[in-house]
Design a protein. Structure first.
Length: 122
C-alpha cells in the first residue's frame, strides 16, 4: 500500500490563482514605481542632482532594497520555523512599514528645510 499525501490548502486553484495575481501585481508595482517617479521628476522639473549632488544615495537605494529582499523572507521563515505564527510575522511587517513611514516623514521634513519647492511637490 502506497502512502497517500494529504491535500494541502495551498494546492487548490484559488490559492494558486491568488498567488499568481499577487505576483503580477508585485511586478507591476516593481516596474511602475520607477516609471512614475521618473515621470514626476520630468513633469515637476526637478532632477536627482538637486537632492543628491554626489549620487551616493541613488547608488545605495537598489542595494538597500536588495538587502531587504534577502533579509525579510529569511526573518519571516525563521519566525515561522520557530513556531511564532503568522500573526507575529505580520506584526514585524507592520513595524517595518511604520519605520519606513517615519523615515519618509523625516526625509520630508529635511527636504522642507533644504529644498522647500521639492517638499511641496511631493
Amino acid at each position: 500500500m502506497s502512502p497517500r499525501c494529504q491535500p494541502v490548502v495551498f494546492d487548490g486553484w484559488r490559492s494558486i490563482s491568488i498567488s499568481l495575481y499577487m505576483t503580477l501585481v508585485g511586478y507591476a508595482v516593481l516596474v511602475g514605481v520607477p516609471v512614475i517617479s521618473t515621470a514626476w521628476v520630468e513633469l515637476l522639473g526637478f532632477t536627482p542632482e538637486q537632492v543628491d549632488r554626489t549620487g551616493a544615495y541613488a547608488s545605495l537605494m537598489p542595494g538597500a532594497q536588495g538587502l531587504g529582499q534577502i533579509v525579510g523572507p529569511n526573518i519571516a521563515a525563521s519566525m515561522l520555523g520557530a513556531g511564532m505564527g503568522y500573526s507575529k510575522v505580520f506584526a514585524v511587517c507592520a513595524t517595518a512599514a511604520m519605520v519606513g513611514l517615519v523615515i519618509y516623514g523625516a526625509m520630508y521634513l529635511w527636504l522642507r528645510r533644504t529644498i522647500p519647492a521639492l517638499a511641496r511637490a511631493t
